[in-house]
Design a protein around this ligand. Structure first.
Ligand SMILES: O=c1[nH]cc([C@@H]2O[C@H](COP(=O)(O)OP(=O)(O)OP(=O)(O)O)[C@@H](O)[C@H]2O)c(=O)[nH]1
Length: 676
């Protein structure tokens, strides 16, 4: 549920937080806002001397962070966001700006300066509104503001200081302290917005959105200001800001792209728990779903910023908040388009990025840096038993991919630590670890993809070419014929189900179903999410004997016993009776003729009112992940990914109708159909 009516106006928009700060993610996530997280690659190295006031530095840094993501997404993520939010938090004391400490000594220096004094915490926030204009280029509209909070520290003893520093908490926080955690013990008084100190002035952010929506309505209107260096609209605001023209730089708008048509469902990063908050739409059988296939793939177009714009200085503003630079771009018509080339290079580099991730994961780099952050390349190399040269290259590649962060230590060495992405998904023991899936991709999918051309020519999987043995029975002869390979595959499926399970389990209101059968449910990860989300439901996981015998290894410690396992082959054996049959990443393994066999068997086991819940990556002509996943099925299986309409057509032939789909915002989309 979204409390703030203004925040809810962002619903259905692709909102991106351009920050790796876990605290910012939490503050925004707690509002119910659905957003993606794309950490900015902007290096925070602006020359502080150029700014007349500390807050100008914070705002300008936030601006660069947000714009870097807004420009990169069409190229790297093949989609243009609607709204990108950047933020930068700094501490100012005695006219000096304090950011995150580079090491413990730096933290000591900072905290000593703050001891016994009052200081200011400034968070600069920039909201970038991206809009495709009539000539297919992107207009960026910027709304920026800052918030100041005054904080008074107690007098800090040396022992207190070092005990706090040795906790490790100061290292990723502005000014070297976290007011929301242990650092709260250092604070005598706060005057102003507490969340602003933590890293995001939520109240001011909402006020700002309110102004933009209700004062001018420009945010979502089609009245995008035609680009001109003088045409700047300003918006009513609660704060006057006079940026330092000398510091103002027209953001480089070198990247621009033909946009993807904004799809009606966006991938989200948010506490999506209630079906009502997810847009559900009905699928027409054999209907005109041409929109589904309509897309404009992003084509990077080189462009130079409008020369005149480069000399834009912030116009003097009426008594309203500065905002809004409308930055148009001009398309060059001659020579190779710089950003087209960039796009092609990105694509060509794609496999190198994947292999860098797989290799770092396999060498245990992320787990090592979690237990021992701030190691230099030589120290990492020693621990992972690799060359210093190779390790250095790998670590720097991971930094460039946003998986690691690095900084210069006090002894001028470059040290490395996990970025939020690694902490969220790449640690072996993380709740949503994708380590198993990464290993499967590295050891099984990668060798298969080296034979993609043969798969395209033959239209068949490539197990024999990749692994030198025939695979008559897809699972028995490949993934399950060896204990280690089977365990690796189950671990991969388990990690995907852990990441996607809650979204699938809560995509629809399933309260009417008391019994469910998860066909091919593997480790039971989804089954457990279903029983968590639906306290009345009992789930039977029906899978091959060779899988069921290993499922115990993956059972959660504290789980109610509403999940049971039953061994069998869903193509051969009688299916357990259930109100709801679940097919999560199952149908994509099989061609239509096999899918018909399975759906017919399910239909024969159903009674009226029963339903089938399908979880798959659905093709929609836009999401590259879905199309690439379909190639994945080509090289691995006899199956493919399918469109919503294809599922509806298959289901209706077996008496299922009223098909509804929810795009959950992560790997999988959810579809439910009822036995008519
Ligand atoms: O009391 C607290 N003060 C500050 C913080 C956290 O400190 C950092 C500030 O650094 P920055 O604004 O550069 O943000 P990053 O974490 O580097 O992420 P970006 O990707 O946005 O650069 C911020 O995380 C605050 O949350 C705190 O936690 N408590």
């Amino acid at each position: 549920m979204v409390l703030n009516p203004v925040i809810s106006k962002l619903a259905g928009k692709l909102v991106v937080l351009a920050s790796a700060s876990p605290r910012r993610m939490e503050i925004l996530r707690n509002t119910g806002l659905r957003f993606e997280v794309v950490p900015s690659w902007f290096k925070e190295t602006l020359d502080k001397e150029k700014f007349k006031a500390p807050y100008e530095y914070a705002v300008e840094t936030a601006k660069h962070k947000a714009l870097e993501v807004a420009k990169r997404m069409p190229l790297n993520h093949l989609k243009t966001p609607d709204v990108v939010i950047g933020a930068d938090t700094i501490v100012a004391v005695d006219g000096t700006i304090l950011e995150k400490p580079v090491d413990k000594n730096d933290a000591y220096r900072m905290l000593s300066r703050l001891s016994g004094k009052e200081h200011s915490v400034y968070t600069g926030v920039v909201i970038v509104l991206c809009h495709e204009n009539e000539n297919k280029s992107v207009d960026y509209r910027l709304i920026d503001f800052y918030e100041e909070t005054k904080v008074k520290f107690a007098d800090l003893s040396e022992s207190m200081l070092w005990e706090y520093i040795d906790s490790g908490e100061p290292m990723d926080k502005a000014g070297g302290y976290g007011i929301q955690a242990l650092g709260g013990m250092l604070v005598e008084r706060v005057h102003g917005d507490f969340l602003n100190v933590v890293g995001f002035p939520l109240n001011h952010f909402c006020k700002q959105l309110d102004i933009v929506f209700n004062t001018s309505g420009l945010l979502l209107s089609q009245e995008i200001l035609a680009h001109s260096e003088t045409n700047v609209s300003s918006l009513a605001s609660s704060r006057i800001q006079q940026p330092n023209p000398a510091a103002m730089t027209s953001p480089d708008t070198s990247a621009k792209s033909d946009l993807l048509k904004a799809s009606c469902f966006h991938q989200t990063h948010g506490s999506q728990t209630s079906p009502s908050a997810s847009p559900v739409h009905k699928v027409k059988k054999n209907g005109d779903n041409s929109k589904e296939d309509e897309h404009t793939w992003p084509l990077g177009n080189s462009c130079s910023t409008n020369p005149a714009a480069e000399n834009t200085t912030a116009p003097s503003l009426s008594s309203r908040e500065q905002l809004t630079e409308v930055i148009g771009t001009q398309r060059e018509d001659n020579g190779p388009q710089k950003d087209d080339l960039q796009r092609i290079i990105e694509l060509m580099d794609g496999f190198k990025a994947s292999k860098a991730l797989f290799t770092a994961s396999r060498l245990g780099v992320f787990d090592l840096l979690q237990s021992r952050p701030e190691l230099d390349a030589a120290q990492v190399a020693q621990e992972i038993k690799a060359s210093v040269k190779g390790t250095q290259c790998l670590l720097d590649a991971c930094v460039s991919l946003g998986l690691l962060r690095s900084r210069e230590s006090s002894c001028q060495k470059r040290v490395y630590m996990n970025a939020a992405l690694a902490q969220g998904f790449l640690l072996s023991d993380a709740p949503h670890s994708l380590g198993g899936y990464i290993q499967h991709c590295d050891q099984t999918v990668w060798p298969l993809f080296t034979h993609l051309e043969c798969a395209v020519r033959d239209g068949t999987h490539q197990h024999e070419k990749a692994f030198g043995k025939k695979a008559n029975d897809l699972f028995q002869d490949t993934l399950y014929n060896n204990q280690d390979i089977k365990l690796r595959f189950m671990s991969a499926m388990h990690s995907i189900a852990k990441v996607t399970g809650r979204a699938v389990a809560t995509a629809f209101d399933l309260s009417r179903f008391k019994t469910a059968c998860d066909l091919g449910g593997c480790t039971g990860a989804l089954a457990h999410e279903l029983t968590k989300a639906h306290p009345e439901m009992r789930v039977t996981v029906f899978d091959l004997p060779t899988v069921v015998e290993m499922s115990g290894r993956f059972s959660p410690q504290h789980s109610e016993n509403r999940v049971s396992f039953l061994a069998g082959d869903f193509f051969e054996d009688e299916l357990p009776k259930a109100d709801l049959y679940i097919l999560a990443r199952i149908l994509h393994d099989w061609p239509d003729e096999k899918v018909h066999v399975l759906l017919r068997r399910i239909a024969d086991s159903c009674t009226s009112g029963s339903a089938v819940l399908i979880a798959e990556t659905m093709l929609d002509g836009r999401k590259p992940h879905a199309a690439l996943q379909s190639l994945n099925m080509l090289v691995q299986t006899e199956g493919m990914e399918r469109r919503e309409r294809q599922f509806a057509d298959l289901l209706c032939q077996h008496g299922f109708g009223d098909v509804q789909v929810v795009h959950t915002g992560n790997f999988l989309d959810a579809l439910i159909a009822f036995k008519m």
